[in-house]
Design a protein around this ligand. Structure first.
Ligand code: ATP
Length: 438
């Protein structure tokens, strides 16, 4: 894990936020490569939810939330973690994360009784700060989806079953943020609220668990590191009839990557009752207004990025051309997720090679067939540039050498096998596209 965190900083994936001022706990920034990786992942989710299905619509709602919404949803009362204080060193901890009921900082067992600590952040809205004009920063995207239920139904004429997908920031004032980007205070979520007829909810719940498991494998997460956890009744959130968590073997243990909850009609009914707005849908088969049940697959983008990086990180012993054994670090990311799809590398910085390499780069960066970020790199030796591209997970490098000037061909070098193939410039774009897909 330490090596991965160091790589994330060195290569520009993830930085501690405001590091020059000592940081802010539980907050991270995504650098030039991190933002690409994150965007690729979010796009893959959006594509599979909104574009590849005809029963899901998208939404992008506000972060600041009317307190009434989170009062009616039950979050004001129950969105809490049990907090304990250590009487010896005054540190604070989540009671359910303690080992052997001892303070992780000083080891003392002199702890206060656990008390509920609400995880929602509040902020003042408008120029008067008198304690009444506040809003919450949403702790999940879901509530904004529920309050928009009628707007989406009325504007799209949907019938059951159908879903609303949303990707966006959510905030939780975690007592002990930790394990890099696993538990943070500002995160991004990818949440689907899938509305179904009551009575079909259990079937749809199973459907979404299976669907999400296979989606994670498609993104390159190893199947053997995934597991399911049927959350026992006493651990269920207040709105849930049943929840299956998709677990991933993180370096610090088997932990939740995504929760798939059967939220019943709890939220829609609560908001209907409190707002007076009818949040039901007309079912033309039974001629009745139905308040649907909701199946919610909800995952954190940050946790997903961590799982993908952990899974992709590899170290290999290789023998260099000079016979020396060295360690090659590589990120075996799926090409669809890799921040850089192709790197164009002239063998050396040279007045004859540079124009050709630049023109290859220009074609590839605009290519719809490649459809992603292409980098040009001519600094340092070719070996070091290959190592750098391996470390950031670039699946393919294109090397332009002196022979290219005569034979109009270049070399494609593959990250995982280090295999090199000579291809004509005429077919380069389609050859690369084919390799990226295979
Ligand atoms: P945990 O038990 O780990 O605190 P949770 O059960 O509270 O998680 P949910 O409310 O189900 O989490 O949120 C859905 C998803 O959002 C989680 O599966 C996780 O991927 C992500 N998530 C939740 N809290 C955080 C956090 N503090 N930092 C990063 N991601 C988070």
């Amino acid at each position: 894990m330490e090596e991965l965190v160091a790589l994330c900083k060195r290569r520009g994936f993830i930085f501690q936020t405001n590091e020059i001022y000592g940081g802010l706990q539980g907050l991270f920034d995504y650098g030039p490569l991190g933002v690409e990786l994150k965007n690729n992942l979010k796009q893959a989710w959006w594509r599979s939810m909104v574009y590849e299905r005809d029963d899901i619509e998208g939404l992008d709602a506000a972060i600041l939330t009317n307190p009434e919404v989170l009062k009616q949803s039950g979050h004001e009362e129950t969105f809490t973690d049990p907090l304990v204080d250590c009487r010896s060193c005054n540190s604070r901890w989540r009671a359910d994360h303690l080992e052997k009921s001892a303070c992780p900082s000083c080891g003392s067992k002199d702890l206060t009784e656990p008390r509920p600590f609400n995880l929602m952040f509040k902020t003042n809205v408008g120029p008067i700060d008198d304690g009444t004009s506040f809003a919450y920063l949403r702790p999940e995207t879901a509530q904004q989806t529920f309050t928009n239920f009628k707007n989406v139904v009325d504007s799209t004429s949907k019938n059951l079953p159908f879903g609303i997908a949303q990707i966006g920031k959510a905030f939780r004032n975690e007592v002990t943020p930790r394990n890099f980007i696993f538990r943070v205070r500002e995160m991004e979520q990818m949440e689907l609220e899938f509305f179904v007829k009551p009575g079909t909810d259990e079937e749809w719940h199973q459907f979404w668990v299976k669907n999400r498991l296979s989606w994670w494998s498609k993104q390159g997460v190893s199947e053997e590191k995934l597991d399911l956890y049927d959350v026992p009744n006493k651990e269920l959130a207040h709105y849930s009839k049943s929840t299956i968590d998709i677990m991933y073997k993180f370096p610090h243990g088997l932990e939740e990557l995504e929760g798939v909850a059967n939220r019943t009609d709890f939220d829609l009914k609560a908001h209907s009752n409190a707002s007076g707005e009818n949040l039901s849908i007309f079912d033309d088969k039974t001629n009745q207004h139905i308040t649907p049940y909701v199946i919610e697959p909800s995952s954190g983008v940050d946790r997903a990025v961590m799982a993908l990086l952990v899974d992709a990180y590899n170290e290999e012993e290789i023998t260099s051309a000079s016979g020396k054994t060295e360690t090659r670090v590589l990120l075996k990311l799926d090409p669809s997720i890799s921040p850089v799809k192709v790197a164009v590398l002239p063998l050396s910085r040279n007045e004859k090679l540079t124009p050709l390499a630049k023109s290859v780069f220009d074609t590839l960066r605009k290519s719809n067939l490649i459809g992603g970020h292409v980098q040009y790199d001519d600094a340092q030796s070719i070996g070091r540039r290959y190592r750098r591209q391996d470390e950031i997970g670039t699946p393919l490098c294109v090397t332009v050498d002196f022979d290219s000037l005569d034979d109009n061909a270049v070399t494609i070098r593959e990250r995982d096998t280090m295999e090199q193939t000579r291809v004509s410039l005429e077919t380069l774009e389609s050859d690369l596209a084919l390799k990226l897909k295979s």
